[in-house]
Design a protein around this ligand. Structure first.
Ligand code: KG4
Ligand code: ZN
Length: 352
């Protein structure tokens, strides 16, 4: 039974958690949302500075809340890719330093593998294979989960990620940042059928449309045009626009996830990432999946958005398999999930 302390600093949440295999002993998060709000998005340099200020306090807090000492921790992990490089470096450097001082193994963790592992924190008996619909500020992917470290991306967005689309539409409606939770709330008071918006499809070179890939930039432009048309003549029906936009995104994600699960014979869809917190998506996907006997699993809201518990959970599984990372491991803004085994030493990719 591995016990891992993990650090998450890939974007604008500083997270530290201690997880014993799939049991969360402590999970603390310092959100920087209020700091970035005036800028309408995350400012990388400011994110790094705030991670640095928060990190030591959160590490102490995580140990205290778990009532554990360093001797009871088996390894130290940190998110190392993908994300903002300056922000990632704060977490990696802290984790490596702790690993050296306390003579423990260090593990770099892929952020998206963390989001996949968020489901395991509450569904502790879940076993692959299953499909993960990963919808965050930076990613919209349908990933076939085959084993720890073994993933295949079956579909993805060709432009904006789902969360990014929520954030951009919220910005053009002057609603604030981050847009997802605000649009989610306003949409409950709006009519999702008020406006028909384009779903966005990806053409295939040989004709037809790619069944699992999505595109949200056309939808965002359509909302912009709608706003420009309406605001000249009337007070903007913000709730109706929010509800219609949200419904279009949710329909697009649901359709692709169900088609993908059916085509690949996967009877479970786990959903992860910040947009997995969306109430309309949670309800709609569940309703659409049940006639096909597909089980839909959602992490609790606190494990949907960025947190270190999901990173620690992934690290526990890797540690149990004898994986650890070199202290020379760096941070990467991009890294395909298919390539994450390269983060660990002594791994022969062909053996996995
Ligand atoms: O996973 P996450 O915390 O960070 C990334 O790895 O990107 O996701 C953040 C994204 C933001 O774009 C935010 O607007 C979106 O998740 N989000 C939501 C909701 N809560 C957060 N989107 C739709 N509905 C929500 N309730
Ligand atoms: Zn994330």
């Amino acid at each position: 039974m591995a016990t891992v302390l993990a650090i998450e600093t890939s974007c604008d949440e500083t997270g530290v958690a201690i997880v014993k295999n799939r049991k969360v002993c402590s999970n603390v998060v310092a959100s920087q949302i209020a700091v970035h709000q005036p800028y309408g998005g995350v400012v990388p340099e400011i994110a790094s500075r705030y991670h640095l200020e928060a990190i030591n306090i959160l590490i102490d807090q995580a140990l205290e809340e778990a009532s554990l000492t360093w001797t009871e921790i088996d390894a130290i992990a940190a998110t190392c890719a993908p994300g903002l490089v300056g922000a990632l470096l704060i977490g990696i450097t802290a984790a490596k330093t702790l690993a050296i001082v306390h003579q423990k193994p260090f593990l770099g963790v892929h952020h998206l593998e963390g989001h996949i592992y968020a489901t395991y924190l509450t569904q502790t008996d879940l076993q692959p294979p299953f499909l993960c619909l990963l919808v965050s500020g930076g990613h919209t992917s349908l990933i076939r989960v085959q084993d720890c470290g073994i993933y295949e991306t079956l579909g993805q967005t060709r432009d904006d990620a789902a969360g990014e689309a929520f954030d951009k539409v919220a910005r053009l409606l002057n609603l604030g940042y981050p847009g997802g939770p605000i649009i989610d709330k306003l949409a409950t008071e709006g009519n999702p059928e008020a406006f028909t918006l384009p779903e966005g499809k990806i053409s295939q070179p040989n004709g037809g449309y790619h069944p699992y890939d999505s595109s949200f930039s056309g939808l965002k432009t359509a909302v912009l045009r709608l706003v420009q048309k309406l605001e000249s003549s009337q007070e903007l029906p913000v709730n109706d626009i929010a509800a219609s936009f949200q419904q279009t995104v949710v329909n697009s994600l649901t359709k692709r996830a169900i088609a993908c699960a059916l085509d690949y014979g996967l009877s479970t869809i786990a959903i992860g990432g910040g947009v997995a917190a969306n109430s309309c998506l949670r309800q709609h996907l569940q309703e659409a999946a049940s006639p096909h006997n597909i089980k839909v699993l959602f992490p609790p809201l606190k494990y949907c958005t960025d947190n270190a518990a999901m990173i620690a959970c992934a690290a526990c599984d890797h540690l149990n398999r004898g994986h650890s990372s070199s202290l020379t491991l760096g941070a990467a803004s991009r890294l395909k999930i298919e390539d994450l085994m390269g983060l660990y030493q002594g791994i022969n990719l062909e053996d996995n």
